[in-house]
Design a binder for this molecule. Sequence first.
Ligand SMILES: C[S@@+](CC[C@H](N)C(=O)[O-])C[C@H]1O[C@@H](n2cnc3c(N)ncnc32)[C@H](O)[C@@H]1O
Length: 325
Amino acid sequence: MSSSPRPVLKWAGGKRQLLDVIDANLPAELISGDIATYVEPMVGGGAVFFHMKQRYGKTLANYYISDYNWDLFVLYRVIKTRVGALIEELQTLADEYLPLPPTQQGDKEGERISMYKRIREEYNEDAWDEDRYLRNGTSFRRRMTDRWVRRAAMTVFLNRTCFNGLYRVNSSGKFNVPHGRYAKPDIVAEDNLRAVSRILRDVKISVGSYEDNLEMADEKTLVYFDPPYRPLPGTPSFTDYHKATFGDAEQETLAGAFRELHQRGAKVMLSNSDPKNTDDNDEFFDELYSEFNIRRVLANRAINSDGAGRGTITEILVTNYGGQT
Ligand SMILES: C[S@@+](CC[C@H](N)C(=O)[O-])C[C@H]1O[C@@H](n2cnc3c(N)ncnc32)[C@H](O)[C@@H]1O
């Protein structure tokens, strides 16, 4: 049975709610077939990428995705080349976890919590990443070892069973989210993994900073940037996808890359939080992208972690072209 691929992980800042707006603001050249390449160098959970691949799969010839986060990279590479082994590994984890009694509100311990902590510890102690420095750039496929499969399975398992499906690491890069309370999490989701594997077959996946993953962008390319949100003043930050922070200086460097791509002739789209939600006088992005088109679009996401601000906030969408409408 085939199904439409959807993001494998829940990922902070996922853009599922923004897909219609993004669609309405794609460059006319994409629709007319004059764009051949799609590049998403901060792909995260991939909501936009999966959408683009399904909707424009035949229009676009080349897809490049990357992210700073190594666990995402390992996961996508394993899904692409060793999906069967990943499913088996996840099934083993699910067979152990699901029969254990579900965690109830207020529980500080329990069999599921113990198993979760054991896997989280394995994840944090795992020295799998020593391998990454040995690569010669061409041998990734051969080195998609069982260790990487285990790593990818743990990433999915923790995401399905942790509190709120969050991915968050502390300042030493350790995954530190507590256990969640889902009665019957879908740990394996085999159909989706197989569908994602099919979709990734002709996608180039790499890892690292966006700055190192833009060399292919030419005048027939659309680049979509979805950087960590600039935290709205007075609200908690959800930018802990990895240990480095993404502050105003990083937003400025990114704007430099945006400008450089514009000069190269690429079409570029970028989304971010809108500081005007909390401070009407905050002109940060308006000044940073003053020579480009800035749209304020409605987004259905929570400003506060308790959800109090849900519903009516805006986000910004910057493009270096006029858009379809
Ligand atoms: C807002 S999230 C993207 C969410 C994604 N659009 C989705 O729908 O799931 C931002 C992503 O940027 C990545 N990131 C942060 N700094 C980066 C950098 N310097 N280069 C590349 N990616 C980076 C983070 O790891 C994170 O996955």
